[in-house]
Design a protein around this ligand. Structure first.
Ligand code: ZN
Length: 134
């Protein structure tokens, strides 16, 4: 694990939360991106070497909408940057962790991502991500 790549925060409305985070962090949102496969609209802020990722559901039945229904807005997941996502998945599987997706898939902000199943992490949603080659 190289560093905390980003922290994901579930929000109802990006249009409300983006200006709040721009003021908190004193930096503009540098990227907005929809990940259609995940039914999510994302917005990114740079904080030193890490990022904040705001997540808004792009559809009523999206995972973020369901998360907010259950738990409200706020902390959603933590993402760790790794150099080789395939070997990290293999290492963690040997440790007994279960993945929501073992095969890396396209995430926001030019990443390959795998999510650990919260049932194997004491309820925490954890994402591994590797920068895609440009
Ligand atoms: Zn994320």
């Amino acid at each position: 694990m190289n560093k905390i790549e980003h922290i994901g925060i579930a929000v109802k409305e990006l249009s409300i939360s983006i200006p709040i985070f721009e003021k908190i962090l004193n930096t503009p949102c540098y990227k907005k991106e929809t990940v259609a496969g995940e039914k999510v609209n994302t917005a990114f802020f740079q904080v030193g070497g890490s990022k904040i990722e705001l997540l808004e559901s792009s559809e009523e039945d999206g995972v973020i909408a369901k998360f907010i229904e259950k738990k409200g807005e706020g902390f959603h997941h933590i993402a760790f940057d790794v150099s080789n996502i395939t070997s990290e998945v293999e290492r963690m599987k040997k440790e007994g962790f279960i993945f929501l997706n073992e095969t890396p898939k396209d995430g926001a902000d030019n990443k390959l991502v795998c999510f650990l199943h919260p049932k194997s992490t004491n309820g925490m949603l954890i994402e591994l991500c590797q920068e895609k080659e440009k």
